[in-house]
Design a protein around this ligand. Structure first.
Ligand code: D41
Length: 707
């Protein structure tokens, strides 16, 4: 139960004692929120009490307490920041980048401590701005940026606006606040706050922030604290540099807990680990967790836990000997754009692909990146030979994030978007209003045929095992296949003699061979019995994915039925919109497609494949129809158990529709860590919010058990 507090009505004034009690309550709530990560009341309740306190102070300015939350923003904008000399410098740290360097560090620490398995305090490396906070007798008196480590800037007025930073410390149990405290930590902006800010800036105008780190740095260096206050920064501390009048525990981790007890927020990921093994596990664990955190980190910080050992090891000229920053592989790097190639998809869509000088980014070697479409090339103002910024975060496909224009030499070449298909030479068409360009070659285009076959044989379609892209490429290239139906006319000899490479003057081409050929034939044979939904999906009708195919197969008994349906009839099926309906009608209006279906399903003559399409007697999900049919879901934040795409796919397989934005019609919002403004919107509209545990339970209830 949230502690309840009576708030007088609009026109009732507070007594001085009540005023003071309210200030204490607000500070307690803020501490629960920021330090304990356990909010006691909704934001609206905090705001209500805050307004009462504000009103009381307006009426009785002499009551105003220095630690009142209203006193965080005060005073006029500064002319400039005063310089502050740090009594104890803010050291930087040595960086390491590899498992070998980690072992070196662990070995050095083991030797220095005379203990093979010393304890470490392992922390995340927050990507923000380092500051020093000085508390005198528990009151925040000064905050300064790191600067060059010796001299920084006085940002006290701005730091006071950060609600995670207490203006007054709490006495620890049975003790008093220290007479003097110099604590070091990182000011940063959480991802959800960053996203909310930018969404608002895009909608209502305002400064769009580049990334959370720049946002934090820029916000802290505003001369007007009112601007800083709007940016919703937060803070975690990671080092106790100096303390007087308080007994200190002898280890880094325990000191962090002491700081927490004093009301200062400490990052929740800090752990005590032992030995090289413990350090490695911590690093791997945080790397895994990285995307799901609500803030940016660029590595982990590893500190010998024992303070007396730290003191014995001391510092080099620049850095402590007892700590290192183990940095993650960069997610953004610069490399050269060697060329742009144009790939042709199954429906003829032309996708430009950047060919790059190979670089290591986000933990993998990358030599190509998607450019999506022609507009993207224009937007980036991309030229061949450019130095480009490649971004690869998590397991997302690499993207070209930008061009380093300052490095242009003048020798870069324009990217020319082809007018004719690189695979078949047919004209490339661009429908007005669509961003996607398409090859008009249709079935004569070998690239479309190749992609069409790869789709046809894929697991959710005909599920013909063994047909990888190399084999399909060879079948099309060597003209063994010129339509989907030809797949079923292949014989052992055709396949066994398939050339897998070109060969050369002194080397014979490599052939597929009889063993593999026989396996492929068996897989083809097995696919001759296929449920209607999979056959439908395999045909590759535009925008008919596996889920839509399933829905259609539940409504129509077979191809003949579906072929006879009008666009209006199709649209009556929930989840089938007018675009999809029209694609289906167009598909069946094309004589060539009918001919292929005829050949695939016929069995009368030598050229027929003899596929037997099985009508669905009962839908896959069991009871009548898909359980989430007609419901619309929105996903926000990062789920621990799976990616958002996977979550969406699972919901879709239950019949749900996935939407990008929340409206009153949304059935539910699935919410992971670091949710965006969609969560706020859902709460405003009273839309049901499902958190991860409940989401997994929902999937389970419907027979889905994600690994
Ligand atoms: O999270 C961080 N960015 C972080 C920075 C951290 N967790 N610990 C740190 N520890 C230190 C020492 C070991 C010198 C007390 C640091 C930093 N320094 C630091 N941040 C910026 C410069 C140095």
């Amino acid at each position: 139960m949230p502690p309840s507090i009576d708030v007088p009505g609009e026109n009732m004034s507070l007594s001085k004692a009540q005023y003071s009690e309210y200030v204490d309550t607000l500070n307690r709530w803020a501490q629960a929120y920021y330090v304990d990560d356990a909010p006691l009341v909704p934001d609206s309740e905090y705001d209500r009490l805050y307004r009462e306190v504000e009103a009381a102070e307006l009426e009785h300015s002499d009551w105003r307490r220095a630690d009142s939350p209203t006193q965080r923003v005060g005073g006029a904008p500064l002319k400039s920041f005063a310089a502050v000399t740090h009594a104890i410098p803010l050291m930087s740290m040595g960086d390491i980048f590899s498992a070998d360097e980690l072992d070196d560090f662990a070995r050095r620490m083991a030797e220095a401590s005379g203990n093979m398995e010393p304890e470490f305090c392992a922390e995340v490396k927050l990507d923000g701005l380092a500051v020093s906070l000085i508390y005198e007798n528990g009151v925040l008196v000064r905050a300064a940026t790191r600067g060059d480590g010796k001299v920084g800037e006085d940002v006290t007025a701005n730091v006071r606006t950060i609600r995670a930073i207490p203006l007054k410390l709490i006495p620890p149990k049975g003790g008093r606040v220290p007479e003097y405290l110099d604590v070091r930590g990182e000011v940063f902006m959480e991802r959800d706050k960053f996203n909310e800010w930018n969404e608002r800036a895009l909608k209502h105008g305002g400064k769009v922030l580049v990334n959370p780190r720049n946002a934090a740095a820029g916000s802290l260096r505003q001369l007007d604290p009112k601007v800083t206050a709007q940016r919703k920064l937060t803070f975690n501390c990671y080092y106790l540099a100096d303390c007087r009048g308080l007994e200190l525990p002898p280890a880094q981790y325990e000191r962090l807990q002491l700081l927490k007890a004093l009301g200062l927020p400490v990052n929740a990921e800090a752990r005590v680990v032992t030995g090289a093994e413990g350090l490695r596990e911590f690093y791997e664990g945080i790397l895994q967790k990285r995307e799901s955190l609500n803030y940016d980190i660029d590595g982990v910080v590893l500190k010998l836990n024992d303070i007396s050992l730290q003191e014995r090891l001391g510092f080099t000229a620049k850095v402590p000997r007892w700590a290192v920053a183990y940095k993650f592989p960069p997610e953004e790097v610069v490399t050269e754009l060697i060329d742009v190639e144009f790939q042709v998809g199954r429906t003829g869509q032309i996708t430009p692909v950047a060919k790059l000088k190979t670089v290591y980014v986000g933990g993998a070697n990358v030599s190509s990146a998607t450019l999506h479409n022609e507009d993207e090339i224009k937007r980036l103002d991309l030229k061949i030979g450019d130095q480009v910024i490649i971004r690869r975060a998590g397991d997302v496909i690499p993207q070209v994030a930008g061009v380093v224009k300052e490095r242009r030499q003048g020798t870069e070449r324009e990217v020319v978007f082809p007018t004719h298909c690189p695979a078949c030479g047919s004209a490339i068409e661009r429908v007005a209003g669509e961003t996607i360009a398409r090859c008009s070659g249709g079935l004569v285009c070998p690239a479309q045929l190749r992609e069409g076959i790869l789709h046809f044989v894929s697991r959710e379609a005909m599920d013909i095992e063994g047909f990888g892209s190399r084999i399909v490429e060879a079948l099309v290239g060597q003209r063994k296949i010129s339509s989907l139906a030809d797949l079923y006319l292949l014989n052992l000899e055709d396949l066994a003699l398939l050339q897998l490479d070109e060969g050369s003057a002194d080397k014979k081409p490599r052939l597929l061979g009889k063993v593999v050929a026989a396996k492929l034939l068996e897989a083809i044979q097995k696919s001759r019995q296929v449920p209607f939904n999979r056959f439908l999906y395999a045909l590759g009708i535009r925008e008919v994915g596996a889920v839509t195919a399933q829905l259609l197969a539940e409504h129509y008994r077979g191809i003949a039925d579906l072929k006879a349906a009008t666009a209006d009839e199709l649209k009556e099926i929930p989840e089938v919109g007018s675009v999809v309906a029209q694609h289906i009608v167009d598909f069946f209006a094309e004589p060539h497609n009918l001919e292929i279906i005829e050949r695939l399903t016929g069995s009368g003559d030598l050229f027929s494949a003899g596929i037997s399409v099985q009508p669905l007697d009962r839908p896959a999900a069991g009871e009548g129809t898909l359980p989430l049919l007609g419901q619309s879901f929105v996903l926000t934040g990062t789920l621990e158990s799976m990616g958002r795409t996977e979550a969406g796919r699972l919901l879709q397989s239950l019949g749900a529709k996935i939407s990008g934005s929340v409206s009153a019609k949304t059935s539910a919002v699935v919410c992971g860590a670091a949710p965006g403004s969609k969560l706020t919107k859902a709460q405003q509209l009273g839309v049901r919010v499902i958190y991860e545990e409940e989401f997994l339970a929902l999937l389970k209830e419907h027979g889905l058990n994600p690994a």
